[in-house]
Design a protein around this ligand. Structure first.
Ligand SMILES: Nc1ncnc2c1ncn2[C@@H]1O[C@H](COP(=O)(O)OP(=O)(O)O)[C@@H](O)[C@H]1O
Ligand SMILES: Nc1ncnc2c1ncn2[C@H]1C[C@H](O)[C@@H](COP(=O)(O)OP(=O)(O)O)O1
Ligand SMILES: [Mg+2]
Length: 204
């Protein structure tokens, strides 16, 4: 496959925010509110993968099994989907990006930042495991997601602890991490989010 030409994305040089947190930590919920206030483009790696599965492509069929096992899909697959979606959004004049659910392992972050551009900030929604399980079981009643069941939830929590917690440490060391206690109400969490985004965007 020919490499993707990222020139328009690099030239646009719009701010990029990584949004990380355990399954059910409220990444999607907060991103919806950020989009409404700041007009950034929200790209959820999980949504991009679910779209790929729904398309019925051969690549999508391989992904189904991985996602139902609560594991991570190969880095190249996710990064390609993210790049393609970012290029489309830049062509429509995107003002900046919320990359939700990515990076989920340190190598994803390193590769993204090397190939595209460094993230401005990393927002980490910090929530205890028992709260995550409660929220996901509640979401399961309406989400229709194949991975919102107790067995897969436990595997996703394990993947988060082993693969994604090191991402948090990596960006903390770089001074780019904003750790947000995300146990409270949606609006209280959003107030902390906006304080941090206002600070970051005033320097753009
Ligand atoms: N602050 C919160 N308090 C209680 N429930 C929340 C909060 N934020 C999100 N939820 C609920 O938790 C579930 C997971 O949220 P979601 O935004 O889908 O998380 P993620 O994208 O991180 O998996 C949803 O049912 C959502 O409505
Ligand atoms: N950046 C990434 N790298 C590898 N796999 C990913 C990924 N983003 C999502 N996936 C796969 C594994 C996840 O268990 C599944 C669902 O992702 P998600 O919708 O972001 O989940 P969550 O609601 O737990 O935040 O898709
Ligand atoms: Mg989500």
């Amino acid at each position: 496959m020919a490499p993707i030409d990222l020139t328009p994305l690099k030239t646009a040089n719009v701010p990029i925010f990584f949004i990380v947190g355990g399954p059910g930590s409220g990444k999607g919920t907060q991103c919806d509110k950020i989009v409404a206030k700041y007009g950034f483009t929200h790209l959820s790696s999980g949504d991009l993968l679910r779209d790929e599965v729904a398309s019925g492509s051969a690549r999508g069929k391989e992904l189904t099994a991985i996602m139902e096992a609560g594991a991570l899909v190969p880095l190249e697959v996710v990064l390609t989907l993210v790049k393609e979606a970012m290029l489309k959004a830049v062509a429509k004049g995107s003002k900046g990006f919320l990359i939700d659910g990515y990076p989920r392992e340190v190598s994803q972050g390193v590769q993204f930042e090397n190939e595209i551009q460094p993230a401005k900030l990393v927002l980490f929604f910090d929530v205890a495991e028992d709260t995550l399980i409660k929220r996901l079981l509640h979401r399961a009643q309406t989400s229709g997601r194949a991975d919102d069941n107790i067995d897969t939830i436990k595997k996703r929590l394990h993947t988060f602890t082993t693969a994604t917690k090191p991402v948090v440490d990596h960006y903390e060391q770089q001074g780019k991490l904003v750790k947000i206690n995300a146990e409270g109400s949606v609006d209280d969490i959003f107030a902390v989010v906006t304080t941090n985004l206002d600070k970051a965007t005033s320097k753009i």
